[in-house]
Design a protein around this ligand. Structure first.
Ligand SMILES: Cc1cc2nc3c(=O)[nH]c(=O)nc-3n(C[C@H](O)[C@H](O)[C@H](O)COP(=O)(O)O)c2cc1C
Length: 205
């Protein structure tokens, strides 16, 4: 069992990283392999809607996204963390997730998702919603927490003082392990739900 953690923060010792550590402790205790990736200061550009991925099943840009797609395919669950910038997820993580989800066409159904937003003061719930949408439009069940999936702090490491936030990170990790195990068993017992040919309807007359 494996989980991929994608941290959008540029700060390698930042508050998002601190929550990653908190979750990793639980995953490792539960014998879940952790594959951790942080954007850091890498330049991850946005999707340019070129359509290259329709035929090539990968993004035209040769940065970390295509490698991450392989790592995502090999994982049973995906955790995404983002610092809040101007009331939403930071630009780098959105650029990465748009391209990761759009350019890869492997089966994402029933991989478990979990999202966290980290802020000094405000914007966490909007960011949480923004991140969860990648999961919900891909038939990925969400591991929820005991309250809001956020952490508060400004300077690096301040989130450690947010005891409720760090505790919730551990709760989500445990819930995620449970869901991943349950889904694995259910897949063996029942198989995945029947898949229909997709019908695309756009907003045209
Ligand atoms: C460009 C920028 C915009 C930010 N906008 C917000 C914001 O809208 N709301 C907020 O509460 N904090 C905001 N912050 C503060 C960060 O969310 C906060 O420092 C957080 O702990 C960063 O997480 P990290 O340490 O994982 O990078 C902003 C920080 C930066 C650099």
């Amino acid at each position: 069992m494996r989980v991929l953690i994608i941290n959008g923060s540029p700060r390698t010792k930042g508050n998002s990283s601190r929550l990653v550590e908190e979750m990793t402790k639980i995953f490792e205790k539960e014998n879940v392999e952790v594959d951790s990736y942080q954007i850091g200061s890498k330049a991850i550009r946005g999707c340019m809607a070129c359509g290259y991925c329709y035929e090539h099943n990968e993004c035209v840009f040769k940065d970390d996204v295509n490698d991450l797609a392989k790592r995502f395919e090999a994982a049973d669950g995906l955790v995404v963390l983002s610092p809040v910038y101007y009331g939403s997820a930071n630009g780098s993580i959105i650029s990465l997730l748009d391209r990761l989800f759009y350019s890869s066409h492997f089966e994402k159904r029933f991989k478990v998702g979990a999202a966290f937003a980290i802020a000094r003061r405000a914007g966490t719930t909007a960011t949480f919603d923004e991140l969860n949408k990648y999961f919900t439009i891909n038939q990925m069940p969400i591991a929820s927490g005991r309250y809001w999936n956020n952490g508060f702090g400004r300077a690096e490491g301040q989130v450690e003082q947010d005891l409720e936030g760090t505790q919730n990170a551990r709760v989500v990790a445990r819930n995620m392990v449970f869901l991943m195990k349950a889904i694995k068993d259910a897949k063996e017992k029942y198989g995945l739900p029947e898949k229909e040919e997709v019908t695309y309807t756009h907003f045209i007359k």
